[in-house]
Every structure is written in structure tokens, then in C-alpha cells.
Design a binder for this molecule. Structure first.
Ligand SMILES: Cc1ncc(COP(=O)(O)O)c(C=O)c1O
Length: 358
């Protein structure tokens, strides 16, 4: 049975997208592929307002997260953690044999510009990792403010995970001046998993060329050389790239401002519903994510039972992630989601909650 996904990734994939995935296969070293590749990378550049190259990697987001540190950490990396994914990035960096320190904010809090300033002022770092939208806690950090600090540290590579925010909120890379801005397509792009997209600055490409032991699969130089021919270093997931072309067309047809406004209003509706039903928001005031809402149950709801009952009715619900599993639940409201989808969920929950209240 198909379960309608309200989990924060992979998200529900529309039938039109599934249809786009079925386009006949082509060879990737062909003019046809180059045309498709160019169409998608041009669309991503427009979305991100950047003239930097945007690369396509056949992997989940963690592949590029690992690749970014392997290409750009030569001295020491400052990793900022405020949830499962951001803190894991420190572990990933260390596992690559690179020197790295973890600066943690409590779960639920954003990473502040002041925190970044304090770490970089030590002069110890040549790279920084930060997650814009921490999906485990539903917290968005103030990227513009962090970017303002980064302008004073041009020698520090600014590596940003926008895995669950890219395409749902404005990301103007010409202003943010990130060195790497990456995402996986199974979140706000509304595609099945397996493709990661990432914009890399010229400054970062120049630096990467001088970094030893950066491997092959995520070597930025390989991506750059191939991208000049509208291609990828190794065989790409062509079906997903067809589907991404379709999703980009839809985004531009909707209008980016309308798309961002839709995401904001879905987030507001979800936050209002959650609070009306006696749950508190996990995110600190003003730091709530635009693409998902994380709420505390305060021990009053049996989330495993709720998940089971919803599953029997054809819905996939989340019951928290990492150390806040079964204490919180997350509702995704991103990609192609509409207010009608949320109302369908709210009706379901209103029927099930009395059965699961402790
Ligand atoms: C913010 C964030 N970063 C990284 C990841 C890891 O992505 P993937 O599982 O595609 O490697 C996720 C996955 O949920 C995420 O939400």
C-alpha cells in the first residue's frame, strides 16, 4: 500500500514527477545528455542567483558533505552543530582524517553569527561547515548574518548544507558568497533520493586543486573539468536529472516568490495547528523552519502508536530523530505540498490523537 509521506525526506513524489522519471534512457557522453545537463545546471544557477558552476553528483547529500571537506579543509575545520545532521558532519570530517572542532548550540537553538565570529577569531580555521536548516530539530539558522561574518574571513571556506531548504527559501548566492552550497533532491525539490546538487565558488575550485588526498568520486577538479563539457565525471542518475528538469520548470512556472510564500504559509499553518493542539514547538522562538515543524509531545502522546495507526490508514508520519526520537514529531511541508495536503493530515491526526494520548 502506498503511504502518503509527511516525513521530512524523502517527501511525497508527485505522479507527474514519476512520469518524468520514465523518459527513455540516453548515453551520458552524448549531445542529448549535455543539453539536459545544461538545462538543469542553468536552472539551478537561476534558482540560486549565481554565476558559479553548479554540479550534479549521483549520491545522497552526505556524499557531497564529505566531498566538500575533503576538497577544502587543508588546515582545520570549524563544524557548527545544533542537531543530528550538523553534528554528524563533524564526525564525517574527522573520519576523513581531517582536523576539526565541533561548536555546538543546544538542540532547538540556531547557530548564531556571534558563535561563528568567536570560533573564527581564533585564527585556527581554513574551513567551516554549517547546516542552514537542521532537519532533525526543525531549526533554521540565520544564514545572511553568518554570511556577513564570513566576509571578514575570506581565507575560510564557507561550506553550507541547504539540504532541506534549497528551493523553499530564497538563497541568493551572489550575496551569501558561499564556497559550497549543497542539497539532496529528496527534500524541497520533491524528487526521489539519489542526486545531490552543489554550487562551488571559483575561489573554492582554485583551493581544491591544491588540496592533497581529495579522492576521485567527489574531486571538485573532476566536476569542474566535466561540467565545462556539460557532463559529470562518472555516469549520472539520468532519470533523476530528467525529473529535476521537470521540477525546475514547475518552480519557474509557479514563480519563485510564490513558491517561497507558499512554504511560509504552510509553515505558519502547521505551527498554528501544533500549538492549538497542545504541543510546544521544538525550535526556539523565531527559529522555526519553513520546510518542517518539529513539536514536543511532553510525554503525552504515544508516538509509536500514532505512527502505527496512521500507517494502517495509508500515511507515513515521523516520530522524531536522533536523541529526540519519540519525544518529538516532525511534519514536513515542503516541495509540492499544499494547504489541502496539510488539512488532510490535520483531520487524520485529530481523529487519532485521542486514541494515543497517555
Ligand atoms: C540537513 C540535512 N543534512 C544532511 C542530510 C543527509 O542527507 P542524505 O541522507 O541525503 O545523505 C539530511 C537528511 O535528512 C539532512 O536533513
Amino acid at each position: 500500500m502506498h503511504k502518503k509521506l509527511y516525513i521530512p525526506g524523502p517527501v511525497e513524489v508527485g505522479l507527474d514527477v514519476m512520469q518524468a522519471l520514465t523518459a527513455p534512457m540516453i548515453g551520458h557522453r552524448t549531445a542529448e545528455y549535455a543539453q539536459l545537463h545544461r538545462r538543469v545546471t542553468d536552472g539551478l544557477k537561476q534558482l540560486l542567483n549565481t554565476a558559479d558552476p553548479v554540479f550534479l553528483a549521483t549520491s545522497s547529500a552526505f556524499g557531497v558533505m564529505e566531498g566538500a571537506v575533503r576538497n577544502l579543509v587543508q588546515k582545520r575545520c570549524a563544524c557548527f552543530g545544533n542537531g543530528a545532521f550538523s553534528s554528524k558532519w563533524h564526525d564525517v570530517t574527522v573520519r576523513c582524517g581531517l582536523a576539526a572542532d565541533l561548536y555546538e548550540a543546544p538542540w532547538g537553538e540556531p547557530i548564531s553569527a556571534a558563535m561563528v565570529e568567536r570560533a573564527l577569531a581564533t585564527g585556527k580555521y581554513d574551513a567551516l561547515t554549517v547546516v542552514h536548516n537542521e532537519t532533525s530539530t526543525g531549526v533554521m539558522s540565520p544564514l545572511e548574518e553568518i554570511a556577513a561574518v564570513m566576509r571578514n574571513y575570506p581565507e575560510v571556506s564557507f561550506i553550507v548544507d541547504t539540504v532541506s531548504s534549497m528551493s523553499a527559501v530564497p538563497l541568493d548566492l551572489s550575496r551569501l558568497q558561499t564556497d559550497v552550497c549543497l542539497a539532496g533532491v529528496q527534500k524541497a525539490f520533491g524528487l526521489p533520493p539519489g542526486l545531490a546538487v552543489f554550487a562551488v565558488s571559483r575561489r573554492a575550485l582554485d583551493k581544491a586543486r591544491t588540496t592533497p588526498n581529495r579522492g576521485y568520486y567527489f574531486d571538485f577538479e573532476e566536476f569542474e573539468k566535466n561540467d565545462e563539457k556539460d557532463n559529470t565525471p562518472s555516469t549520472p542518475c539520468i532519470s533523476l536529472i530528467y525529473a529535476l528538469a521537470h521540477q525546475l520548470d514547475k518552480m519557474f512556472a509557479e514563480g519563485l516568490e510564490n513558491r517561497y510564500a507558499r512554504h511560509r504559509s504552510l509553515a505558519e499553518a502547521t505551527r498554528a495547528w501544533v500549538q492549538k493542539h497542545g504541543f510546544s514547538l521544538f525550535a526556539a522562538e523565531g527559529a522555526g523552519s519553513v520546510t518542517l515543524t518539529c513539536a514536543r509531545t511532553d510525554g503525552r502522546t504515544d508516538l509509536e502508536l500514532l505512527q502505527k495507526l496512521a500507517g494502517e490508514r495509508g500515511y507515513a508520519l515521523d516520530n522524531g530523530y536522533g536523541k529526540i526520537k519519540n519525544q518529538t514529531f516532525r511534519i514536513a511541508h515542503m516541495a509540492d505540498a499544499t494547504l489541502a495536503d496539510l488539512e488532510e493530515l490535520f483531520d487524520l491526526l485529530e481523529g487519532l490523537l485521542p486514541k494515543t494520548r497517555k
